[in-house]
Design a protein around this ligand. Structure first.
Ligand SMILES: *[C@@H]1O[C@H](CO)[C@@H](O)[C@H](O)[C@H]1NC(C)=O
Ligand SMILES: *[C@@H]1O[C@H](CO)[C@@H](O)[C@H](O)[C@H]1NC(C)=O
Ligand SMILES: *[C@@H]1O[C@H](CO)[C@@H](O)[C@H](O)[C@H]1NC(C)=O
Length: 362
């Protein structure tokens, strides 16, 4: 409003040329306009609790998810955050954002479409972090995303469609991470070069967690799958395009929950099982492999019998329609905030240009 008033004054002054009184008043106005714009910019400059330097933003130990990142930000690093949720559209308007890195942080959930509309995003890293829920479409349709790293972290629940529609992945790695509940169709339509799952613990993996995706290199090493029901082993192989995945050193619980393995005919799957160790009392028994366990009778309790009878064998044949829902931005996040940021900076440069013009005409 104020800046608009200055513009009106300028037009007026051009009409009544060289009236010095008015020019003085005008210059005063211009200068107060500059301070106004500058104050506004510095407020916009960096989210509270973060440090902004060049095009990097680093945030430490916050309990609310920061808003108003500077529009030119390329790198966001967050350390020791303790946050209920990463809301939808959290990084909207950051057209140059290349890398987001979370470290030693605790998130109740990562919302649906949290990373929406950052096509420039190439790297997403979680290190020593704890995530409650990875909601559906949490990481979805980031066309530039090439690296996803989840390292030494814990995720309670990966919802169906949590990671979806990414086809440019150079490296997707999960290392030394515990995932408690990996749902059916958690990872959908995700493809690329290398998928590597190393040294991780999967408490429960549901039927077909991974669908409609292909990786040219698959490494699944030294993981434990505490519950690996029917329809998951074959799924581990589905991802591998090269037909030569490196799947070794993994362990699964050798109780009657894996009796379905007797029925497996596929050679590749059998081979995979011969490479798997038995988990006994939560510990890998490196002397005992699954195929050997199967030749003796497997210990059965009622719970395991139930999972056994529930074994499903149908495939998911058709990819459902995946679209980010639209949000009305109430509460913490307001989509207009980035727009204001842009207009404030463009207005201030517009004022600067105008001063130069005036001095020339004087
Ligand atoms: C699957 O991914 C491709 C490439 O990213 C995309 O073009 C297609 O729309 C996706 N399919 C669905 C159903 O989302
Ligand atoms: C897998 O485990 C073996 C035996 O413990 C170890 O020698 C190897 O380095 C591990 N590989 C990776 C990639 O962690
Ligand atoms: C994915 O993102 C692109 C580019 O922003 C957009 O054109 C497309 O509609 C999106 N696809 C889906 C399935 O949301």
């Amino acid at each position: 409003m104020f800046l608009c008033f200055i513009r009106v004054t300028i037009t007026y002054i051009f009409q009544v040329q060289f009236i010095f009184m008015e020019i003085q008043v005008f210059i005063l106005l211009i200068f107060s306009g500059i301070t106004f714009a500058a104050a506004d910019l510095s407020k916009e400059k960096c989210p509270p609790g973060c440090v902004c330097r060049k095009r990097d933003v680093k945030c430490y130990a916050l309990t609310d998810f920061p808003v108003n990142f500077p529009p030119l930000t390329t790198y966001i690093f967050m350390d020791e955050m303790n946050i209920q949720t990463i809301p939808p559209n959290s990084f909207l308007g950051l057209e140059f954002l290349n890398t987001i890195e979370f470290q030693r942080s605790n998130f109740g959930s990562i919302s649906t479409c949290a990373f929406k509309s950052i096509q420039s995003l190439e790297k997403l890293i979680f290190f020593k972090s704890v995530i409650g829920h990875l909601d559906k479409f949490a990481i979805f349709n980031n066309t530039g995303l090439s690296t996803i790293e989840i390292l030494e972290s814990k995720i309670t629940k990966v919802s169906p469609f949590a990671i979806a529609t990414l086809d440019n992945i150079a490296s997707f790695s999960v290392e030394d991470t515990t995932i408690y509940d990996l749902n059916t169709m958690s990872i959908v339509n995700v493809s690329g070069k290398e998928l590597s799952i190393v040294g991780s613990v999967f408490k429960t993996v549901h039927y077909m967690p991974f669908v409609f995706g292909r990786f040219s290199q698959v490494k699944i090493l030294n993981n434990t799958f505490e519950m690996l029901p029917c329809g998951t082993i074959d799924n581990l192989l589905v991802a591998a395009v090269d037909n030569n995945p490196l799947i070794t050193g993994n362990a699964i619980m050798c109780d009657c929950g894996i009796s379905y393995i007797h029925k497996i005919r596929d050679e590749k799957q059998k081979e995979l099982l011969n490479n798997m160790y038995c988990l006994e009392g939560g510990v890998i028994n490196s002397q005992r492999i699954v195929s050997e366990a199967l030749s003796s009778s497997l210990p059965c309790d009622q719970k395991n019998k139930a999972t056994l009878t529930k074994c499903r064998t149908q495939e998911v044949r058709k990819i459902p329609t995946l679209v980010c829902p639209s949000y009305s931005h109430g509460g913490v996040y307001k989509s207009t905030e980035n727009k204001n940021g842009n207009s404030a900076s463009s207005l201030s440069s517009c004022v600067t240009v105008l001063i130069l013009t005036i001095f020339v005409s004087l």
